[in-house]
Design a protein around this ligand. Sequence first.
Ligand code: NAD
Length: 256
Amino acid sequence: MNGSLTGRTALVTGASRGIGRAIALRLAADGALVAVHYGSNVTAAKETIELITEAGGRAFAVHAELGRPGDAATLWAGFDAGLRDIGAAPGLDILVNNAAIGRSKGIDAVTPEEFDAVFAVNVRAPFFIVQHGLDRIRDGGRIINISSGVTRIAYPETIAYSMTKGALDTFSLTLAKVLGARNITVNSVSPGIVDTDVNADWLRDNPDAWAHAAAYSTFNRVGEPADIADVVAFVASADARWVSGQNIDATGGSHL
Ligand code: NAD
């Protein structure tokens, strides 16, 4: 909302809804050209783009089903084509690895197939998206991995999902070291419980669950997607140039 990202290009995975959509809107509002990645819901991705363009921003869609062989190559081919189509310069300044799936099961119930699937989308995909994107990400750029407060507070019922976020944090830490020489910062941003569609079935229209979820935060409310997007906007900005290899807690003080 300040033009600080004017002239920058951002790619947000899983930007068709939820936190990813809010991040895409915020980065576009700050002036970035935003690549709106989506997996299956092209209609929702188009809605994100409409919201951006109605607000005076610029965006285009990139399709790739993550967690499959060749997903990173497909994503980057779509990104390159999207830039060409709108006549924008090649290259990327801000990569936000946001797309993820959850598996709400305990250690007694997670199947090997579910374990592999959640790691394929939440860990393998960001890793190879970065590997294939290194020559596109400009020096001075930003890589932001959306992690979770579950790496600091134990949730037995999401154990495999929680493990993927721990791996993602280690990725942020290590990659920050690798890319420091190029002035590229790499950080995790960790939401707590946020009111998005993925939580709709147990959270919305359930006052008891809502009160329980709100009580995790020291502010006694459930997080909104914009609470996370605003933190991401800071990490993406020039003001955060001296912050790298961090896991930034955006849980409303849930650990307190
Ligand atoms: P969401 O399910 O609403 O959105 C996830 C997005 O990722 C969707 O756009 C979805 O299409 C995309 N996606 C998922 N699997 C994909 C695949 N295989 N290929 C392509 N795209 C795929 O989730 P959200 O609540 O907006 O969460 C966004 C991020 O925040 C995730 O990384 C999540 O782990 C993290 N997070 C969320 C919460 C919360 O309470 N909502 C809490 C902590 C962390």
